[in-house]
Design a protein around this ligand. Sequence first.
Ligand code: MF3
Ligand code: CO
Length: 260
Amino acid sequence: MRIQLKSLDEIRLMREAGLVVSSILDEVCAAVAPGVSTWELDKLAAKLIEKHKVTSAFLGYYDYPAVLCTSINEVVVHGIPRKEHVLQDGDIIGIDFGIFKHGFCADSARTILCGDVIESTRKLVDVTRESLNLAIDQCRVGKRLGDIGHAVQTLAESNGYSVVRVFVGHGIGTAMHEDPGVPNYGRANEGKRLKQGLVIAVEPMVNAGASDVEVLDDAWTAVTKDRKLSAHFEHTIAILDDGPWVLTRASSRPGDPGRD
Ligand code: MF3
Ligand code: CO
């Protein structure tokens, strides 16, 4: 599929989708606590989807059975919410969520601390969040795709972590996954040039240990092969002539400094 550049009117519709994603993620993330199951988080998100009269981008996608992906500790991405997955003090959980509104998709993920989390784990989460912020700053007309991956990879590896290679970010629009793929690794000044109207989901997955990942028997849950921790953040970002517009960040205006 070719890259679909969006008009400003289309991007404004995507912003509406992005704001819904941001507000539902706020509520779901606020519900994270020791003793809460990932199934309960999924039910909360499903209820909020109804309230906002939007559609899940995940439920039914290749038969995916939930509206959230809930990825605890060594789970990299695509953890399936389950009643028996009860959060414990000291866990980290990646919560990934996407919807369609006005025919456009928005997709975002955050890694949240559950209770008291040890310093080394908090650092992994902080570095992963920061790697996304550095990547967002590369989302400018005239930069290249490799600049985005390079920003993520450089920060992650300089902290002794590794970036996952088998999953990548993606173009996003009337479909959740559009061209181009957006790797979290790469070389500066290489790859396709970023253009006004390109909308991409950038989603660094950073591992405390090695980058290798394996998928469990449920055919979804991706875990680190060495079972060390992994963190994940994602935003849907429009590339505009005056800078990146983080469509899934409530506070964002072009050029704003980031929060998540
Ligand atoms: N947010 C994920 C992505 O960026 C998609 C989740 S997979 C699904 O690719 F099956 F749950 F949709
Ligand atoms: Co995504």
